[in-house]
Design a protein around this ligand. Structure first.
Ligand code: ZN
Length: 479
């Protein structure tokens, strides 16, 4: 016993000496040179720039002429390439899918991390998960916060608040509430677990669900969240509900208003109260409106989904079901037609997106990816593209996805490329300001300075050799 103690002590002392002697060289630095920097703030792109990443953080960003590369740093020449902050997706769900089947039984640590890894491969370096997490998420989040992660950073709303018998959540996970008192208790439980936000659902899926969260329950959720120092985010569909939620003090919306055009009253209230359009989820509405997804042969898509997903999406049976069929949702006692009238919903969402952005409402970027038909990482690129189609400039779409989303998350360490921030970066072969589709030309991804294998380098759930290769050009989509 005594001998062992001595040995352990000697070892510790030896290690300490080695550590001390080596400490000046322990800093790990990578230098990116000759790159055009789009820093996420909206500032003009800066060509001929350099970035120094030291121990995961940005130690220098500026002109090549001012670069003092740390001794022993690894240098990567990025001539002709562009770098922007890693994308932040402020509305996702993770770990709930196996191929195209959604079930909370699939929620394992491995499945969660696989999804977060997939986001990272697409250059999405942080996500906000809105209301469908098991408690193990806090351990994963805390582990990430303690070091330099190799997958997307996560923010979580834990288990969001669902009204009993109403829309929302994942069957078997969320614990529905029936009264304002139960709602307050549910919020308190989430707050005690350490959630970043409180999520609530107020919808009846186009009048197909007989009940919807009543206003006295949503008021209790919002009020209790604020008492606990948390902000509340709402799933909405109807203009009328959006207005009432703003009056009640909601902090952000997780979807666009989709039943009719937004009006001046809502826009004025949102601006006056600083309410965020956190995630417009245009790519979600589009996914619902497509019987045949136009990207089923696009390697940017196929490489990022499981073989089982690809097979199911390509099946003629699915096409027929979407065009003709009713869909049985887990947990609902009846079937409903979900795809009916979705095109109109997408166009209404896009029109309202542009109206809100034009009016000066604070706009984040979020996809609602994760559930069936909406794909981790891939959808973020679709979302930015749809934002541009709706009327934004590529620069505005990039700002929403980076600096603006970081402001919403209140995380000063991410969202822009600046001294002292985490080196969460997306390097592109082509200029995203010229064509937002160029965000697909992913050259490399860094999270806290860690190089992450990109979607062009790693294929989900199968060996690289069995995957489609990277094309020379970004394919044109028929929309
Ligand atoms: Zn969602």
């Amino acid at each position: 016993m005594f001998r062992l103690k001595i040995a352990a002590g000697a070892l510790a002392a030896g290690a300490m000496t080695a550590l001390m002697a080596a400490s000046p060289a322990l800093a790990e630095s990578t230098v990116l040179t000759n790159v055009t920097v789009i820093d996420g703030t909206g500032a003009a792109p800066q060509p001929d720039s350099a970035i120094v990443m030291t121990d995961g953080k940005i130690a220098y960003v500026g002109a090549m002429s001012g670069l003092k590369a740390p001794e022993g740093a690894k240098t990567i020449d990025l001539s002709g390439k562009y770098v922007m902050p890693g994308i932040i997706d402020s509305h996702v769900h993770v770990g709930i899918m196996h191929d195209v089947t959604q079930d909370i039984k699939y929620y394992t640590g491995k499945n969660v991390v696989d999804d977060l890894t997939q986001y990272a491969r697409y250059g999405v370096t942080a996500v906000q998960i809105l209301g469908t997490d098991k408690d193990m998420i806090f351990g994963i989040r805390n582990h990430e916060r303690a070091g330099r992660p190799h997958y997307a950073r996560l923010f979580t709303a834990g288990q969001g608040i669902v009204y009993k018998g109403g829309y929302g959540g994942v069957y078997g996970l969320n614990n529905p509430v029936a009264t304002p008192e139960e709602a307050r208790k549910a919020v308190d439980e989430q707050a005690a677990k350490g959630v970043n936000f409180i999520k609530l659902w107020m919808d009846d899926e186009r009048d197909t669900i007989p009940v919807k969260m009543p206003y006295n329950v949503s008021a209790a959720v919002i009020d209790e969240a604020h008492k606990k120092g948390l902000r509340a985010v709402a799933h909405v569909f109807y203009l009328k509900d959006a207005k009432e939620l703003v009056r009640q003090g909601i902090d952000g919306f997780a979807h666009m208003v989709r039943d009719q055009p937004v009006d001046k009253e809502l826009l004025d209230m949102m601006k006056a109260k600083g309410v965020w359009m956190v995630s417009s989820t245009l790519s979600r509405e589009m996914a619902y409106s497509l019987a045949v997804m136009p990207w089923l042969n696009d390697p940017f898509f196929t490489r990022g989904v499981t073989p089982g997903t690809l097979e199911a999406l390509k099946s003629p049976a699915r096409e027929k079901q979407i065009i003709l069929g009713d869909t049985m949702f887990p947990g609902l006692p009846y079937k409903k037609k979900v795809f009916y009238d979705m095109d109109r919903t997408l166009f209404q969402a896009m029109e309202n997106y542009e109206a809100m952005a034009e009016a000066g409402v604070k706009m984040g970027m979020g996809t609602d990816s994760g559930p069936n038909g909406r794909f981790p990482g891939f959808n973020a690129h679709e979302e930015m593209y749809l934002e541009v189609l709706a009327g934004r400039t590529p620069m505005q779409a990039i700002m929403s996805a980076t600096s603006e989303n970081a402001k919403w998350l209140k995380d000063p360490m991410i969202g822009t490329i600046a001294d002292g921030k985490w080196a969460d970066l997306l390097v592109l072969d082509k200029d995203p300001l010229k064509d937002i589709r160029n965000t697909e030309t992913i050259n490399s991804v860094y999270i806290a300075g860690n190089s992450i294998p990109t979607v062009w380098e790693a294929c989900r759930d199968r060996p690289e050799e069995s995957c489609q290769k990277r094309p020379d050009n970004v394919p044109d989509m028929p929309y």
